[in-house]
Write a protein that binds this ligand. Sequence first.
Ligand code: F6R
Length: 587
Amino acid sequence: MCGIVGYIGEQRASPILLEGLRRLEYRGYDSAGIATLDGNFIIKKGVGRIGKLNDSLKFTDMEGNIGIGHTRWATHGSVTEENSHPHWSCKAEVVLVHNGIVENYTKLREFLISRNHKFSSQTDSEIIAHLLEEAISSHADIKSAILSVVGSLGGSYAFLAMIKEQPDLLIAVRKDAPLVLGIANNSHFVSSDVLSFIDKTNQAIFLDNKEIAFISRNKVQIFDFTGKSIQKKTTTLAWEISDVSKKEYLHFTLKEIHEQPISVRQALAQNEKEVKEIGEILRKTKNVFITGCGTSYHASLLLKYLLAKNLRVRADVFLSSEIDQQKDLIDSDSVVLAVSQSGETADVLNAVAIAKQRGARILSIVNVMGSSLARESYKTLYTHCGPEVGVAATKSFSAQLSVMFLIVVAAAKGSPKDLLALQYHIRDVLATEETVRTISEKYIGANDFYFVGRGDNYPIALEGALKLKELSYVHAEGMAAGELKHGTLALIEQGTPVLLLNPPDETYLPTLNSALELKARGAKIIGISTKRDPCYDDFVPLPAISSTYLFPIVEVVPLQMLAYFTALGRKLDPDYPRNLAKSVTVV
Ligand code: F6R
């Protein structure tokens, strides 16, 4: 979703902002823009991708050592140049970029119209620029002006503002949307994600909710929303996370699929004591809840199964956006384990905030260090899979599952030795790439796809269907194999492709029976298993793994590849699927 960058220092701001925005492209956007201040404001913005916009608008010609930039993912107002950021105030005294939603914007707009403000966009964001201009005219100093603005804004937001009369000041405000400062010599960076400045500095200050930063070339002052000064700790970031290039791959998605042998190994390299502690908490707590969205929800569902089967721990899993239906069950005897790649998904953060209010203890499995979810948690295990740039979650999913397996194995007092072999199993299954590509070509014209699995393989079936939907825009459904006969069989026609997850675990024979039922109704069966059954029309071999409980992590890889190749076959960009954003920061 919307991405924000800011720079103040001794260099020209525009090339730094442009590069920063490029590094935020993964979040998903439809328009972009940059503003610099060089005596007067210069703003360039438009609809489309940053590279194309730069060709026509020449962002890097913009002068000035201070500036802000933005990638917009439309919420209020359609995708137009006027609605893209940065926004001006009427008298061009304030220029601003914003991420989030101003909930009371209609009321604020009416107030500003009554004060003769004229708007040039339909966005809620522009309101903030006008409010700040209005407040500056009626307050003694900038600090009291900004405090009055945040006092009147409802909703969630992060914004950056520049004021014409203050060429050595960037104002950064955070409430329920991420914002982090990069600290370097005589220069400062601000962004929604450390990725946009990690190549320049590894010193970061993470703003917390309801904090305001006044950033000049040589100093940073931070206040809370009451105006109280706050001392913040500077975090040293790991340089490895700066690796956001595609390397030899055509797309980030493909690169990230191929990174899984390494990312799984990294995910498994956890502190043993912390893993055990989390296992113990889950084992001893009366009410265990697991929550997440999308892919992270599928991982959560698998953890529920693992806890039940291996530890006899009962856990409720809920989609974070469904917290209202769960909240009455959550109390001070509860633990809520939240799973999120970004750690910034608004639905997850909202569920966690409600669970906390009700006295629950929050645990989390997160990829992005210093993210809001990690900061809200009592304990976090990081997945350490590096930046995931492709919009579709791939390596973060296998990393989440790896951490989950580690927790369960440790709590069951098993040996994590088998888990260490995962990297080799994934390497083996990646070698089936050409087979998967051929299968994707064979079914390129299919409008519906079904993914079927039992037990631990069911969450993987859901995940396979989600991947295909989001990357190739083909309708897909993940089904528990035993459920087919309760309705979905009616949809099976001559030639309908069904991908069958059939590893040699206790689900093997009943799943094969489901395949026969499907085949009798005309389905084409794509079997994913260690051995080829005659009923499979197509077959992707899985490596032989003696610890069969590991199959879910391995078998998801061909599903990711299938989605990727189907997207390519349909001439779609798998890295940036339409209508989707990587980090969903609105509820
Ligand atoms: C699917 C996908 C999304 C995310 C979901 C949660 O490929 O990427 O469904 O899984 O938006 O995101 P996180 O894990 O960042 O909370």
